[in-house]
Design a protein around this ligand. Sequence first.
Ligand code: EPZ
Length: 455
Amino acid sequence: MTLLGDTATASGKKPTEGEILSIRGGRPLSGTVEVKGAKNLVTKAMVAALLGEEPSILRDVPDISDVAVVRSLLEVHGVRVAEGPEPGSLSLDPRDVESAHMEEIDAHAGASRIPILFCGPLLHRLGQAFIPDLGGCRIGDRPIDFHLDALRKFGAIVEKLPSGIRLSAPRGLHGANIHLPYPSVGATEQVLLTAVRAAGTTELRNAAIEPEIMDLIGVLQKMGAIISYEPNRVIVIEGVERLRGYDHRAIFDRNEAASWACAALATGGEIFVGGAKQQDMLTFLNVVRKVGGDFDIREDGILFRRGAGDMQGTTVETDVHPGFMTDWQQPLIVAMTQATGRSIVHETVYENRFGFTQALVQMGADITVYPNGLQEGPRRVPRRSLEQAAVIQGPTPLRGADITVPDLRGGYSHVIAALAAEGESVVRNIGIIRRGYAGFLDKLTALGADFDVIG
Ligand code: EPZ
């Protein structure tokens, strides 16, 4: 495993896996895949290491390009990152953190969304920070107003520049009372990573409580932070002067686990997802059961397959935890194209997360997207009109097509649609999938997929 430190560029491209696949579909995917640490925890835990005065060890780090981007950004700030002490782990030594040159930071512009989480840690370590323009999947506007409002409440001075954001805290950072307009995952992490070393107490209301956030709280507690989680999405952080390093095994990637589960349902195969745990996937498992899928929960993972009889259409609405995750809807929709009757997916977290369905329609799926949703009602994220709905009528045979991956989860869905489809597909822009799926092509091979890398 290289953890992409040597071979990837800051844009996350690794030349060995190719960008275009030719896929011959129409046969079930069956076998075993192992899921490792969650992308959406690992990258944040890496940033948390900046806050410590000693080295940290992070275990079960997936070999994905988002990790490479964060690693590289930590390194330009003087953090020494090395593989070990065991395969798939990283040691992160922040003792020589220093201001980076703007050009080095700028080389990471557009590569990921994680750099926004460097704000608090860099302000604590250096009194200033420069954050390049953000990247990440183009699935909506993805503003950072909650982040910047919170940072200002901690006492940061925020200056927007044409190429990014400059922050300073000449008088240090102090605890704050913050009420998020929406339980944003990133803004909750921003507050946690800033409050742990701010002077005084921070009370965060309407916080996100995703399992990955609870795992980040675990990391910070290991470092010496004092964080209590109270009922009704309230998190209280008592700031401390210094933090030490941590040794932590990352929570498994439930998004990847759900993706492989949907691949089993979509292709009619049987996939054992090693490392998946029931407790963090309860909502997903209920939907698998409702759609007519089946699963066996074992000590070391979960086996997914279709149940006896046809799969049935169902309705889901994406939501923050403990609701149905927005990242699960794309692979699920591919499975829904093979279910009998009508399925409806209401997307309430992002305003542009059904673009990937165009390719499925090109492949023969019957999907209608309602950009303004099917019903009027209060909007989840204030000031923004988010609700969209997709209505899927099934079952429809899928046929091979020439398609281009638009984003991480949509791209994964394109690949499993191509594997479920009769005939040959050409799937372009596969590189994006490496942002979040470790060893993607090896796993496809292990499951019996028939494909070639052609470009
Ligand atoms: C995280 O994104 C994940 N990314 C996403 O995973 C995931 O879909 C999302 O949480 C929801 O679970 C990472 O962890 C790196 P948010 P994040 O802040 O933190 C709006 C994947 O495929 N909002 O909870 O960026 C925002 O636009 C990815 O793995 C504001 O309006 O999500 C969105 O509509 C994609 N202003 C909603 O809140 C803000 O300042 C939720 O976003 C911040 C967010």
